[in-house]
Ligand binder design. Structure first.
Ligand code: ZN
Length: 193
């Protein structure tokens, strides 16, 4: 979508226990869209996502409680070899609609919940309506992995973490134990964001 990757400094990531992760984010003021301050924050969020190796990041994860998230699933992702790539996109004031209640499961991780993976059931198909960085209204319909990534990121805007969505806490593991006991024994790929 023609977003530049400007040089920006990564921001500190808020970790679980920080109350900012549990707040409902405020809507982004439409008057700030297209402005330098918002663009700067987006650049810093992208730099943070890159530095931490994530495929998405929400503003509350950098201690800004506003309704803003960024997602990018790289083409050549060694970590997510089965996933369709998704070009860098900025989601401002997104709203989500579940299009198919049938659930799918992926192992999720989160920059704000370091060193853990958990198997999370979520609806398999969603629609997200949002404003892009240029202020345009956009809509996306997503299934599979991208549907889970979108739900994970947008949950951050409601103060919800992936562990809240888990139903079987025996499927919560440290990264090391995940690799030892679960990685080869499950069809569900994992994501980190
Ligand atoms: Zn997360």
């Amino acid at each position: 979508m023609g977003l530049f990757r400007k040089k920006a400094q990564p921001l500190e990531v808020a970790r679980i226990g920080n109350p900012v992760l549990r707040q409902k984010a405020d809507l982004v003021d439409p008057r700030s869209i297209g402005g330098d301050d918002l663009a700067q924050l987006v650049d810093e969020m992208i730099a943070t996502m890159d530095a931490e190796g994530g495929i998405g990041i929400a503003a509350p994860q950098v201690s800004r409680s506003i309704s803003l998230a960024v997602i990018e699933i790289p083409v050549d992702s060694a970590r997510y070899p089965d996933s369709e790539p998704f070009e860098l996109e900025v989601f401002i004031n997104p709203s989500i609609t579940i299009l198919d209640e049938q659930e799918q499961e992926y192992w999720e991780g989160c920059l704000s919940v370091p060193d853990l993976r958990g198997l999370v059931p979520r609806p398999r198909k969603v629609q997200v309506d949002y404003l892009a960085l240029d202020g345009d209204s956009r809509s996306i319909v997503a299934e599979g992995f991208l549907a889970t990534v979108l739900q994970h990121e947008l949950d951050h805007l409601d103060g919800v973490l992936f562990i809240d969505r888990m139903r079987d806490m025996t499927k919560l593991a440290t990264l090391e134990e995940y690799r030892t006991y679960w990685l080869d024994s499950t069809d569900a790929p994992s994501l980190d964001d």
